[in-house]
Design a protein around this ligand. Structure first.
Ligand code: GLY
Ligand code: MN
Ligand code: MN
Length: 435
């Protein structure tokens, strides 16, 4: 993303806020992995979406109508000693020159400067609860203003969650965002192909994870968008399995749910394939059912359809199929009504996708399912999970866990599957593995 994109986002948000509001966004804190060793720093998506600023210990303030500049960034002062250890810092000069701030102050001076920016404003846009320490500081600044009311200082009377405005903006992707997401999707699709080609019985799940990570990085994506799920056999029935340390067995399926993050945008792909390169009859029967459900769900993604329609389509196909396979009994109508499919399909058919893998954006508006609009991106990911621990499940189905997940962009006329670069028909998967 270039500077103009971030500037455009800030301008748009300030137009929505109006001159009587101030928005405050703190950067996420660093997190420790052990003692004094930190996790790699990844800015909070809301903060980064508006600033493009990659450092911790920063606070962005948007003050529409402020004479000396509407965008103020508090950040760390440059510190040559610290730069020797951890690299270059932007400092106040860099915040203005490289990151488009109109004005920048040292983060250590925020207690003295920020309260004045709230004076005589009516509304503070801020997301409570994400950074509890910062919540307390903000309350302190507001209280300090209240004490000055006799001096004629007016304290903001309304605290409004920033989410409504900002997350609605993030939900509809711009051309540049779509490009980044297409790249993330392409990188991940290639990595899944590499994983299919590398897989052999006897390998450890994490060896396949290594293939994925190697492929992501080789293609310019340094990090995965979330912890990769690489689950063989019964592990494929654990929805968010991330131990990834079991041996892959001949005759088992392998479920991989992994996606690269590229320029802060996520991709999210699941494929399920046979460890030995050939689906068994039972595995293929369940696989084809999940695939049919996924096709039916993707059919429902287009402007005018609502959020729940893909899920409803998937549930209908899966329920019908479970009845035909003899896993469920009764009629389709009652099985759907009673949610009899839920022991085997217990999650939703997708989620919004963007800078966060489970991205922001409301799924309902005024209690009605949200209607699809061009620029929205979502996943479509039906599955079926048949662990051996399930009572009354015939042995031939034991430990079949299957999910098929693609990333889908809503276009003006329908949708575009961004992750079509990795095969999903069982014949195509087998052909790739054999090749
Ligand atoms: N990887 C998490 C999900 O598919 O939602
Ligand atoms: Mn996933
Ligand atoms: Mn997903």
């Amino acid at each position: 993303m270039n500077k103009q994109e971030f500037a455009h986002r800030r301008k748009h948000l300030m137009q929505l806020m109006g001159d009587s509001g101030v928005a405050i966004l703190p950067a996420a804190p660093m997190r420790l992995r052990n003692r004094d060793s930190e996790y790699h720093y990844r800015p909070d998506s809301d903060f980064y979406y508006l600033t493009g600023f990659p450092e911790p210990e920063a606070v962005a303030v948007l003050i529409p109508g402020r004479k000396h500049g509407e965008y103020v960034l508090f950040c760390r002062e440059r510190n040559p000693d610290m730069e020797t250890w951890t690299g270059k810092m932007a400092g106040q000069e860099g915040a203005v020159a490289d990151y488009g701030a109109d004005d920048s102050f040292p983060i250590d001076d925020i207690d003295d400067i920020l309260p004045g920016m709230l004076e005589n404003k009516q509304r503070v846009y801020y997301t409570m609860g994400t950074h509890p320490d910062f919540d307390q500081r903000l309350i302190g600044w507001v209280n300090s203003l209240r004490k000055q009311s006799r001096a004629g200082i007016h304290t903001p009377g309304e605290f409004v969650s920033l989410d409504h405005l900002l997350h609605d903006m993030r939900l509809i992707k711009s051309g540049k965002e779509i490009k980044a997401m297409q790249t993330a999707a392409r990188i991940s699709a290639r990595a899944h192909c590499a994983a299919m080609q590398a897989c052999k019985p006897g390998m450890k799940e994490y060896e396949i994870e290594a293939t994925l990570m190697h492929s992501f990085m080789q293609q310019g994506a340094r990090f995965p968008a979330y912890n990769s799920i690489v689950g063989g056999g019964a592990n494929g029935c654990t929805l968010h399995y991330t131990d990834n340390n079991a041996v892959l067995k001949d005759g088992d399926l392998l479920l991989i749910d992994a996606g690269a993050e590229y320029e802060y945008y996520a991709s999210d792909i699941t494929r399920t394939f046979p460890v030995n390169g050939k689906y068994s009859t039972a595995q293929r029967a369940v696989y084809e059912l999940v695939l049919e459900a996924q096709h039916a769900a993707i059919e429902q993604v287009r402007p005018g359809k609502h959020w729940n329609e893909p899920h409803e389509a998937a549930v209908e196909v899966l329920t019908d199929g479970l009845l035909k396979l003899g896993i469920l009994k009764g009629t389709k109508k009652t099985a759907i009504k009673n949610e009899s499919y839920k022991p085997y399909y217990m999650h939703r058919t997708g989620h919004w996708l963007g800078m966060d893998v489970h991205d922001v954006g409301d799924y309902k508006v005024a209690d009605e399912w949200r209607v699809f609009e061009p620029g929205m991106v979502l996943t479509v990911e039906p599955g079926l999970y048949l662990p051996a621990t399930h009572k009354r499940l015939a042995k031939k189905w034991w430990n079949i866990g299957i999910r098929i997940e693609d990333d889908v962009l809503v276009t003006k006329t329908g949708c575009e599957v961004l992750t079509s670069g990795v095969p999903k028909s069982p014949d195509d998967v087998e052909a790739l593995m054999a090749g």
